[in-house]
Structure formats: structure tokens, C-alpha cells
Design a protein. Structure first.
Length: 162
């Protein structure tokens, strides 16, 4: 989604500029309709844009939403798109697979696995034989474990359910 300052400058509506951003952000955070938000603010109009843009950055920061340049976003998309899952197996109470990402964008790559399977709860996740840290999160009404790894590496992942 794009949020441009020009429309709001012409209407002299800095609150509208901020609220457009906030509405899209809230739709992602609350409504789980996830978005990339592209913000364009003209340098020549910084007097108009400064306050709403700083409010946008504060709002994103308060909600732990990363703010990146267009270049970083492109690097991440290339890393994500180069990631490959292979050797996927689900035997008894164990899900295992290999994750490879030949690109490293200098940021983490997060994948998710179900927090339950066949009425069993996730007990642990390992990456290359070592216990992996993960966060649980409800996404679209279903619980998942989210694990972040570095791009540019190969991982053997195992999720055990009990």
C-alpha cells in the first residue's frame, strides 16, 4: 500500500496523512490483512510532512514494526524468494524439513510451523540439532511458532509434538 503526502498537502490535512498510514497499519496489526506500507514524503514539503511522518515512525516503533528503506525491502524480498524448503517429512509426532536461503540481506528470515498437530502440542523446535528459540502467535485464528534464522545459510529443522 502507498501513502503519499501530496494529496494531504493539497488539502492541508496532516492528520489525514497520518491517519491513512495508521489505518493501513491497524488493518495489518488487528485485522491480520498484512501489508507493506510505502511512504512517500517530498523533501521540499518537509514543513508539512515532518509531524505526521514522525508520528508514523513512533507508531510503527511502538508496535515493533520494522521500518526499512526501499533497498532493504528489495534485499529482503530477494532473500525470501530465494528460500527453499525441501525434504519435508511428517512422521508420527515430528515435522522435519531443510530450509536454505542462499541470500543474506543482513536481517532475519522468519518461518512458521503449526503450534499443534493431530491434537498434540508443539514441545520443541531444533535447528541443526540445537534448541531453537521461537515465539508463539495467533495468525488468522490459528496458533503458530515463529522461528527466525539468518539468510544465506542451510538449516535442518525439526519440530516435535507431544
Amino acid at each position: 500500500n502507498n501513502v503519499y503526502d501530496q494529496e494531504y498537502m493539497e488539502a492541508n490535512d496532516p492528520d489525514g496523512f497520518y491517519n491513512c498510514f495508521k489505518t493501513i497499519m491497524d488493518r495489518s496489526l488487528i485485522g491480520e490483512a498484512y501489508s507493506y506500507i510505502h511512504l512517500k514524503s517530498h523533501r521540499a514539503e518537509w514543513d508539512f510532512s515532518r509531524t505526521p511522518v514522525l508520528r508514523m515512525l513512533d507508531y510503527a516503533n511502538a508496535n515493533s514494526i520494522p521500518v526499512v528503506t526501499a533497498r532493504k525491502c528489495l534485499d529482503f524480498m530477494r532473500m525470501k524468494d530465494s528460500a527453499r524448503f525441501s525434504d519435508i517429512q511428517c512422521v508420527r509426532n515430528r515435522l522435519s524439513f531443510t530450509l536454505e536461503s542462499p541470500r543474506d540481506a543482513g536481517m532475519g528470515l522468519t518461518f512458521m510451523v503449526p503450534a499443534s498437530h493431530s491434537r498434540k502440542k508443539l514441545k520443541k523446535i531444533t535447528e541443526n540439532g540445537k534448541l531453537a528459540d521461537y515465539n508463539s502467535r495467533s495468525i488468522k485464528g490459528r496458533e503458530y511458532a515463529l522461528v527466525t534464522v539468518h539468510g544465506g545459510e542451510r538449516y535442518r529443522i525439526r519440530a516435535d509434538y507431544r
